[in-house]
Design a protein around this ligand. Structure first.
Ligand code: PMV
Length: 357
């Protein structure tokens, strides 16, 4: 498929409302660095989560006047400042949806995790909004098959936030073209959950909220800095290689290799932040404190727990469901004291975007 396949020129005038719920995800092989128009410099793989969600409804009606009327309410706050970002996003994608030119939209959105938790909400919010817009198209224009609409949802979500493209489906998705996976593409994510050892089917993710503050450097600035980073080409090669390694690990279920790969990916991404110009540090002292304790705990207990990080200070713990009880005890006894207000969120793998209305 090519980008032009996602342009819908079908013209219609209709009233209605659609509502979707979409989850966040956590990358195992990370995306850090992009080319023009959100094309990833390397493929990435993530676990789709189940409990950390955004719910969005979009009410659409034929335009009353020539003005661009988009209302955005966030957690019942009318015309929330986030609306500016949403309006910009919508005007950047209007060539893919003819109906955006002649309809007014009222968008209402909310996250079920605290906005201030530091959990990246762009993956859940952009995948949710994209699901709503593509749903409006599919309800009102010449029908195409489901697989087209799934790809278009991921394609549109990608333009809002790269990682959002991986939240349309689950429990394991790949975004970006890789010689290891047939059908993979730089335009949208694909579901790679088949041929995965059963140990990963119900893998667990505990998110330790170290610092809920707003990051000083946004992901989009971080991605841009990769263009000048002296290690970027080596990083992109290593990431491509890690995609094929992870594919083998998914098949074999070898958890030692899984632990080694996920932790190395997390630390590598942060090492690229340290080696960017200007350099920046998103980890906090308590991020390192938690990581050290996880390493020590694993050495002592031999339990298969690993950590990963997103572009922030929070620590994501990954482990199989068989050791859930021991890990929960460890978190409560040894790690919560390093979390802001003792906050942690327990999540597990999920199936992606879901239609509510
Ligand atoms: O989707 P963005 O632009 O917020 O970037 C995501 C960056 C990481 O979370 C660090 C990695 C990833 O692949 O999700």
């Amino acid at each position: 498929m090519i980008e032009q396949d996602f342009i819908c020129t079908d013209d219609f005038e209709a009233n209605g409302i659609v509502k979707w719920k979409s989850p966040s995800n956590i990358a195992l092989v990370k995306y850090w660095g992009k080319k023009d128009n959100q094309i990833p410099q390397n493929p990435s793989i993530s676990f789709t989560l189940s409990k950390s969600n955004t719910t969005t409804s979009v009410e659409f009606k034929p335009k009353k006047n020539n003005e661009n009327n988009i209302l955005f309410d966030f957690h019942d706050i009318k015309n929330h400042p986030f609306g500016q970002k949403i309006k910009l996003f919508i005007s950047s994608i209007d060539k893919y949806f003819q109906f955006l030119k002649n309809h007014d939209l009222h968008i209402k959105s909310q996250n079920n995790f605290p906005h201030s938790s530091g959990i990246a909400s762009s993956a859940s919010s952009m995948s949710c909004l994209s699901s709503c817009l593509v749903d409006i198209e599919s309800l009102n224009s010449k029908s195409k098959d489901d697989s087209y609409y799934i790809k278009k949802k991921s394609f549109i979500a990608r333009l809002g936030s790269g990682s959002a493209s991986r939240s349309i489906e689950g429990p394991i998705t790949l975004w970006g073209s890789s010689s290891s996976y047939l059908g993979s593409s730089d335009l949208y994510a694909i579901n790679i959950s088949d041929d995965v050892n059963k140990v990963f089917h119900d893998y667990q993710n505990s998110i330790l909220i170290i610092d809920p503050g707003v990051k000083k450097i946004s992901s989009s600035i971080g991605h841009k800095l990769m263009n000048e980073n002296p290690f970027s080409n080596t990083r992109f090669d290593l990431a491509r290689n890690n995609i094929s390694r992870l594919k083998e690990i998914f098949k074999s279920g070898h958890l030692d290799d899984f632990i080694n790969l996920t932790e190395s990916e997390a630390l590598m991404i942060h090492s690229l932040m340290l080696s960017s110009n200007p350099y920046f540090i998103l980890m906090k002292p308590n991020t390192l404190e938690v990581i050290q304790r996880v390493l020590e705990f694993r050495r002592e207990t031999k339990l298969p727990i690993s950590f990963t990080l997103d572009a922030g200070s929070n620590v994501h713990l990954l482990y199989p469901i068989s050791v859930k009880e021991s890990i929960q005890k460890f978190i409560e006894a040894d790690l919560l004291k390093f979390c802001k207000s003792n906050t942690h969120i327990h999540d597990s793998l999920g199936m992606g975007s879901e239609k509510l209305m």
